[in-house]
Design a protein. Structure first.
Length: 747
């Protein structure tokens, strides 16, 4: 049953289509209207009707892209051309100018859609579920591809554009049947809340591999269609060119794309420079694939994969680019695809029967292929059924494949309509089938534990850090801060930008060595990063990139403000003489902290760290209060890896020594420390926990640091309002006479 709300959405879309048709019909009566006005009216119809029908599809549990495709079908000869032929011919005139303009937007839309698909491709996910995903994608492509090619050999010659090129038509047909649409699959899995389930990740990873394999097949098929005949030299050249392009893209190309995005983001002051860079990369790689003899869609897809792996592709940049694609190019492209579909031809019984056969072959071939791959990959019968149902979604990818085949003359208009009908039908059937199949797959205990862990990690601080900013000099304190930054970045391969401050009179142990400050700092960072990576499970293989900025000798508010605009998630400060004699921060540190609005970490080296800024081990003390900022400080300490003992200390401030109050406080503290211990276990760490109830928390922390011989206190603090940099009485008391090195984290 469809709810009243969803019914209202459908009626809204239908009424809007009728109103738009009627209003445009009256405008069409004016014969003096130019082709330009007709072009904009066509854009308005595609965007508006596509949006409304997309909304209606969402409300009945279908992907919105299907609504945009249906909008094109309704605006084409299937409905509007049948009911109001004059209006349909005026809206979508056959004039060369209007057709060229709409096709140009549609072509750009294809590249942008593939760019977005690539950006959503998570190669790390594929690596996590590699065995099952590979077997599913291979059999899930080969079986329906073979079925489609076989079906192409038995098609009547009347459906072929050129009977002499039956193989090329068969290859396009087989490819359209073989590839699952990653966008449709990912949307349905996400909507069902299965994106973190083992099976959901396997389905999405398999769709990613299928998409990647499919575009390679399309690239080769395109070269065959362009040659017009089977030329083994041409095929070999396309395969070699594609292999070289992919190798270059995922080696040198990955680094180049990351460098270009970062360099543009850091050096341009005009609006949206990264968007321009992304579009330029996409077009350049599309042209590269064109010149090696394969289709531009492969270049656009691979560029999206590389861009999505960029360490500074921030969420707001992704949202800006996605908004333009989804709001404009997507409804225009799928609308144009629908316009080329004439469902009236299905009134012929023979073509209707062939269309049903095509749908049956596509569904059965994909299900059998994916099911076999799941069995080979070690999945259970129920899981294999769910995979077979999930991989049967086509939609956007098949429309692109069919559009390319139609434009190259490899498909007839009739065969194109049959493929679109197959894509729409299988996509509409897939969501309810997948929901039914997934509901029958039980949640295992190990999977439940992993899901709970990942859900907790989503709310944590360190996993959401992308770029770090480090303001240091070459002093022992600056090197210790560099060491801390390397430990933090090493686990996930975060890039670090360094503002090297040349502080007069700074001293270091190796002062006699002829080493540049930049070299010394970079060496300290990378050494700590490699050490942290070696001691952490599931660490990124990406090396930490260190970028240096030129700044004046004295640290300044202006330098920090200018650099902060480039987008950083954490600023770490470490320099010589950060405090006055009574423990108050110096004016330059106050100015720097005021210039950076994000999370701030102040590192002060004492004791052993003044002799050895890059120690092999750290005995850390983490005061815990139950606040978010103290929890984040603990998380920061845990991210350093297995470097020695970590003690989480809860200090309860007690003014009255009543037994009941003490017991209540201990229960509250126990719950807080249990949460901290669970967080430590997610980092594969075991920690010690202690509860102390004293009237003076600062003295208790100092006493514990001395007693436990802790050489680093990691403490979460909150900035207090005012001109001075003040983190509260407890932090001020510890800073006045610090017993060991201190890291203050303010978020």
């Amino acid at each position: 049953m469809i709810s009243a709300r969803r019914q209202s959405g459908l009626w809204l879309a239908v009424c809007a289509l009728a109103i738009l048709s009627a209003s445009t019909a009256s405008a069409a009566e004016n014969v003096g209207i130019s082709a330009e006005v007709s072009f904009f009216a066509a854009l308005l119809a595609l965007i508006l009707v596509g949006r409304l029908l997309g909304e209606a599809m969402n409300r009945i549990g279908q992907p919105s892209v299907m609504g945009q495709l249906v909008a094109g079908i309704l605006l084409g000869p299937s409905l509007l051309g049948w009911v109001f032929p004059d209006l349909q011919h005026w809206l979508f005139a056959a004039s060369k100018e209007q057709t060229s303009m709409l096709n140009a937007i549609s072509e750009v839309g294809i590249l942008l859609l593939l760019l977005l698909t690539g950006m959503e491709t998570d190669l790390k996910l594929v690596r996590r579920v590699g065995r099952a995903a590979i077997s599913i994608s291979v059999t899930g492509v080969l079986v329906p591809l073979a079925c489609g090619v076989a079906l192409g050999w038995f098609l009547p010659e009347s459906l072929l554009p050129d009977p002499a090129k039956r193989l090329i038509t068969s290859l396009f047909l087989g490819t359209a049947l073989a590839i699952s649409s990653i966008k449709i699959v990912a949307v349905v899995v996400r909507e069902m809340g299965f994106e973190r389930r083992n099976l959901g990740q396997i389905i999405v990873a398999s769709a990613i591999l299928e998409d990647s394999l499919g575009w390679i097949i399309i690239a080769v098929t395109f070269s065959l269609a362009a040659a017009g005949h089977i030329d083994f030299a041409s095929v070999a050249g396309s395969l070699i060119g594609t292999a070289l392009f992919l190798c270059a893209s995922f080696t040198l190309g990955r680094r180049l794309v990351s460098f270009l995005i970062r360099w543009t983001n850091d050096n341009f002051e005009s609006d949206f420079p990264v968007i321009t860079t992304i579009l330029a990369i996409m077009i350049a790689m599309a042209l590269a694939t064109h010149f090696i003899g394969v289709h531009t869609v492969l270049g656009a897809f691979v560029s999206g994969v590389l861009i999505g792996e960029s360490p500074i592709l921030t969420r707001y940049i992704d949202a800006q680019l996605r908004g333009l694609i989804l709001a404009f190019f997507m409804p225009v492209f799928f609308g144009m695809a629908g316009l080329s579909t004439d469902l009236t031809i299905l009134a012929r019984p023979d073509l209707m029967l062939l269309s049903l056969e095509l749908i049956a072959v596509a569904t059965l071939g994909k299900f059998v292929g994916a099911f076999l791959g799941a069995e080979i990959g070690g999945l259970s019968k129920r899981e294999a059924v769910a995979v077979g149902c999930g991989m049967n979604a086509r939609g956007s990818t098949e429309i692109i494949v069919a559009s390319i085949g139609l434009s190259l003359g490899a498909l007839t208009q009739t065969l194109y309509t049959m493929i679109v009908t197959m894509a729409v039908t299988t996509t509409m059937v897939m969501p309810p089938m997948l929901r039914w199949a997934l509901s029958r797959v039980p949640l295992r205990a190990s999977e439940k534990k992993r899901l709970e862990r990942e859900q907790a990690e989503d709310k944590e601080f360190v996993p959401n850090l992308e770029r770090l900013l480090l303001a240091v000099d070459e002093s022992q304190n600056g090197r210790f801060a560099s060491y801390i930054a390397g430990l933090l970045a090493g686990r996930r391969g975060n890039p670090i930008t360094v503002l090297p401050i040349a502080t007069a009179g700074a001293k270091r142990k190796d002062q006699k060595e002829a080493t540049e400050p930049e070299t010394l700092i970079e060496k300290t960072i990378k050494s700590a990063a490699e050490d942290s990576k070696a001691k952490a499970k599931n660490a990124q293989t990406t090396p930490v990139e260190v970028i240096f900025r030129k700044v004046p000798q004295a640290i300044s508010e202006e330098a920090i403000t200018t650099e902060a605009k480039k987008g950083y998630d954490l600023l770490l400060i470490g320099k010589d003489k950060m405090q006055t004699a009574n423990g108050v921060f110096t004016p330059d540190i106050v100015a720097v902290a005021a210039a950076f609005e994000g999370p701030l970490a102040i590192v002060i080296a004492k004791g052993e760290q003044l002799n050895e800024p890059a120690p092999k081990s750290l005995n850390m003390l983490v005061p815990i209060t139950g606040t978010d900022v103290s929890r984040r400080a603990a998380e920061l300490a845990f991210s350093f890896g297995k470097r020695g003992n970590i003690t989480a200390l809860y200090v309860g401030q007690v003014r009255k020594s009543k037994a009941a109050r003490k017991q209540s406080g201990r229960l509250h503290a126990g719950a807080i420390l249990k949460d901290i211990a669970e967080m430590a276990s997610r980092y594969s760490l075991k920690i010690e926990t202690r509860i102390i109830q004293r009237a003076d928390p600062a003295k208790a922390i100092v006493a514990e640091a001395v007693k436990g011989k802790h050489d680093l206190i990691v403490m979460g603090v909150s900035r207090r309002p005012g001109e001075k940099l003040f983190f509260g009485d407890i932090a001020a008391a510890i800073l006045a006479k610090p017993p060991s090195s201190i890291l203050l984290l303010s978020t």
